[in-house]
Design a protein around this ligand. Structure first.
Ligand code: KIV
Length: 304
């Protein structure tokens, strides 16, 4: 069976794609890794054009795109559609699909089945899953099956109820030690990278120093090997307050609102559309068209 060059087989890196192994080299060279979430083809294309190394199709989509109050309701089918769209827009960045709640907790087999769907149906390069402990065997199973896995520790939003809300984690010595041990265990299990969310910078820095694989921080300080922010947070598209770890690089929400208000006003006033927004027709064709209508009208009159 031949594979067309612009359509690599699932699991085969596309031409120009950043090699997964390059991430550890970036860490070794102390070159910070830039990761951002994206949820559709235009955002995938823009993240690629901006030079992002990794695009995470986060289950944050449940909140940012689908309007839920938490990430828990995200489904496999929704995440597949979003990941496939991002993949159509992005070329160089690694596209990591976030395994939604319920898609990997039950068993290694189910995790394997769902991760395979991300690779085969959505063209993802890797998957991310939250937690350690019982999830270590999931990581081993997926990596053993040839699927790269990114871990996620600290504030793990799928367990937000258990954690007592969206709160920083690892602020006691006992909790910080648990995360440190869990990070080492995730590396041992085969993760190629690890997200550290909302943990104190000294804890994240010690974990980053201890690991060979790169850590990607979100609210975890500059001691991580890379950073990730959520698309809507960094671009100012989120309604309501954003976490303190967000740096907002634009206020697109108000830009979009202003543009939409102008459009609505122009439609109502008749200022849009103008001739340059329409298509021309030759005077002869228009004359023939009018003659055709007139002939049709008189035929109808004769029949009545
Ligand atoms: O779902 C998501 O966007 C994430 C990032 C916050 C790391 O998991």
């Amino acid at each position: 069976m031949s594979t067309r060059p612009h359509e690599p087989a699932p699991g085969t890196p596309a031409p120009g794609k950043l090699a997964l192994t390059e991430l550890a080299e970036l860490k070794a060279r102390r070159q910070p890794i830039a990761m951002v979430t994206a949820y559709d083809a235009p955002s995938g294309r823009l993240a690629d054009a901006a030079g992002a190394d990794i695009i995470l199709v986060g289950d944050s989509a449940a909140m940012t795109v689908l309007g839920h109050d938490s990430t828990v309701p995200a489904t496999m089918d929704e995440m597949i559609v979003l990941t496939r769209a991002v993949n159509r827009g992005a070329r160089r960045p690694l596209v990591v699909a976030d395994m939604p709640f319920g898609s990997f907790q039950v068993s290694d087999e189910e995790a394997m089945h769902n991760a395979i769907r991300f690779l085969k149906e959505a063209g993802a390069d890797a998957v991310k899953l939250e937690g350690a402990g019982p999830m270590l065997s999931r990581v081993q199973a997926l990596v053993g099956g040839g699927i790269p896995v990114m871990g996620h520790l600290g504030l793990t939003p799928q367990s937000v109820t258990l954690l007592g809300g969206y709160k920083p984690q690892g602020r006691t010595a006992a909790q910080a030690t648990r995360f440190y041990d869990a990070a080492l265990a995730l590396e041992q299990a085969g993760c190629f990278s690890l997200v550290l969310e909302a943990v104190p910078p000294p804890v994240a820095a010690r974990i980053s120093q201890a690991l060979r694989i790169p850590t990607i921080g979100i609210g975890a300080g500059a001691g991580c090997d890379g950073q990730v922010l959520v698309w809507h947070d960094l671009l100012g598209l989120t309604s309501g307050p954003v976490p303190r770890f967000v740096k907002q690089y634009a206020n697109l929400g108000s830009t979009i609102l202003g543009a939409l208000k102008s459009y609505v006003a122009d439609v109502r006033s008749g200022a849009f559309p103008e001739p340059q927004h329409t298509y021309t027709m030759s005077a002869e064709e228009l004359e023939l068209f009018e003659a055709e209508l007139a002939a049709g009208a008189s035929r109808r009159q004769r029949r009545e």
